[in-house]
Design a protein around this ligand. Structure first.
Ligand code: FES
Ligand code: FES
Length: 156
């Protein structure tokens, strides 16, 4: 369709070609075109972190990213966090074992942010964990369990 552009990028270590309008949100393209529905929409305004993904090693709110900006980048979503189809990431496992998820809307963003934090700082202090998750809001207010899950993940 006229006005659409071709975007080439890597998503979860696979080359993807996307045809979309330049200002379409990365969040929508992930969920509707690539069927990667693990990334959630909370506020849609860059405030809650539910839509967090990693682009070229930096966490971003995908609701604020026009698809034109991801040309040539490497994107990791919650679907790309686990090391294999049969093995969860230790942060995911910790969330299960320590009650880090309630309704689950914030959970993918929390986990992506926690994984990013631990990849950059494998032994964060409690303050660094709080700071690393500061951009992610939980409407169920399960912050203590989320925090405990990340602390436990650090111990693995
Ligand atoms: Fe993107 Fe809330 S949905 S920050
Ligand atoms: Fe419901 Fe966090 S578990 S918003």
């Amino acid at each position: 369709m006229s006005g659409r552009v071709e975007i080439n990028c890597i998503v979860n270590e696979q080359r993807r070609t996307i045809h979309a309008y330049p200002m379409e949100r990365l969040l929508d393209v992930l969920r509707t075109q690539l069927q990667l529905t693990g990334t959630k929409e909370g506020c849609g305004e860059g405030e809650c972190g539910a839509c967090t993904v990693i682009i070229d090693g930096r966490i971003v709110n995908s609701c604020l990213v026009p698809i034109a900006q991801v040309e040539g980048t490497s994107i990791k979503t919650i679907e790309g966090i686990a090391p294999s189809e049969t093995q969860l990431h230790h942060v995911q496992q910790a969330f299960i074992e320590h009650g880090g998820a309630q309704c689950g809307i914030c959970t993918p963003g929390m986990i992506v942010a926690a994984v990013d934090l631990l990849e950059k700082n494998p032994h964060p202090s409690e303050a660094e964990i709080r700071n690393g998750l500061a951009g992610n809001l939980c409407r169920c207010t399960g912050y203590m369990k989320i925090f405990e899950s990340v602390v436990r993940a650090c111990e693995r």
